[in-house]
Design a protein around this ligand. Structure first.
Ligand SMILES: [Zn+2]
Ligand SMILES: [Zn+2]
Length: 382
């Protein structure tokens, strides 16, 4: 697909292309700014220069938000006891189905996953084993879980997050299409119009492999200490924050700059001609995605264009071509071993210097005797 400015170029007005691009960007910028009015905005939106994942230099929309929704309180996730009803717990997504995480669901895990090793509750009291401290939630929410943190219903409370934590999104105003669709795990799917991250699929194999369950609340979100509250499903919680189009309401913008619409069209039907990333173009609307089914654990299956940046450090220029993975991985964690090797220190030294999340880079760099830039680069942060 040609970008609008390329089309204008072919029409023989190359000199005017820069002006046309600027006005297209300005219109797009206004549209996005209007959408994000319900987000907890800390800085921006502003128009900045940026470098996308494929190396394209372009104009981006940059916005800094707090990773907490303005319109509701997240949770609940884990029920307290196996007698609790569905109201006391969130949801779990499995095989395209949405399951209520009630006490009975927790009690039935061994049956549900046909594995008798599941034991998420105290057989004598019926109390559910919940990660009810910061230490436990940090310990259990990792790909490699210490045995002491196995057999837990994992939830991290909003209160564990640094009050000043912000997330900065830098998203192209005019998408630059790629030939091979890109994996959303590199940077996430996008940003919902309430300022909450639309994440890549949750790493369900890691979670279940450790005999942990990390439920989502009824809005499809849960808390990760690195990126705060984020979504793994686009639910009707996002309907009222967005605008209606003939193709359902717009729920957010993807990291590649295309808009993400609700799963279904206004008449309740499913768009018929979606590509492998869940997107299409219609006579009325330019290319856009429709969010994946709630139970699919994939808001987007892939990205069709070069993506921008997600950063926990505000004000840093986006160069998405430099690093893959760490900056984006919602539930993943940076590759500390590789970072330590790059810095010439042991992983232990690095972990101690970084301290409890969120990491204090200035202090850690001082402790390790390296520059903040070197540390951030080693950690693969844009
Ligand atoms: Zn559509
Ligand atoms: Zn997650």
């Amino acid at each position: 697909m040609k970008t609008r400015s390329e089309v204008f170029c072919l029409m023989g007005c190359c000199l005017g292309a820069a002006v046309v691009t600027a006005s297209v960007n300005a219109a797009q910028f206004e549209e996005l700014t209007e959408y994000f009015r319900q987000a907890n905005v800390v800085a921006g939106p502003e128009l900045v220069e940026c470098t996308l994942s494929g190396g394209s230099r372009t104009s981006c929309f940059r916005i800094t938000v707090t990773p907490s929704p303005a319109t509701y309180t997240p949770g609940p996730w884990c029920p307290d006891t196996i007698a609790d009803s569905a109201e006391n717990g969130g949801i779990w997504l499995e095989n395209g189905e949405v399951h209520d995480v009630s006490g009975a669901f927790i009690e039935d895990m061994a049956n549900f996953y046909s594995d008798n090793d599941w034991q998420l509750f105290d057989e004598d009291t019926g109390a559910v084993f919940v990660t009810d401290t910061l230490e436990k939630c940090a310990g259990a929410a990792q790909p490699e879980v210490d045995p002491e943190f196995r057999q837990q219903c994992v939830e991290c409370q909003m209160a564990y997050l640094d009050e000043d934590a912000t997330v900065t999104y830098t998203i192209p105003l005019e998408p630059v299409a790629v030939e091979q669709p890109l994996d959303t795990r590199d940077v996430g799917s996008g940003l919902a119009f309430n300022g909450i991250r639309l994440d890549a699929p949750a790493p369900v194999a890691d979670i279940l492999g450790n005999y942990t369950l990390a439920p989502f609340d009824d809005c499809g979100g849960h808390v990760n200490l690195h990126v705060g509250y984020h979504y793994h499903a686009a639910t009707d919680c996002l309907d009222d924050t967005a605008s209606k189009t003939e193709h359902g309401s717009v729920v957010g913008v993807a990291m590649d700059g295309y808009l993400i619409h609700a799963r279904l069209l206004n008449d309740g039907s499913l768009p018929a001609d979606l590509d492998q990333c869940g997107g299409h173009e219609t006579d009325e609307l330019s290319y856009h995605y429709h969010a994946g089914e709630q139970g699919s654990n994939a808001i987007l299956s892939c990205l069709k264009a070069e993506y921008g940046c997600v950063s926990e450090e505000p004000g840093v220029e986006c160069d998405a071509s430099v690093s893959r993975r760490p900056g984006g991985g919602g539930d993943g964690r940076p590759d500390f071993a590789a970072a330590a090797q790059r810095l010439g220190v042991s992983e232990d030294e690095l972990m101690r210097a970084l301290g409890a999340p969120p990491p204090d880079f200035d202090q850690a760099a001082g402790t390790l005797g390296v520059t903040v830039d070197a540390l951030q680069e080693a950690m693969g942060r844009p």
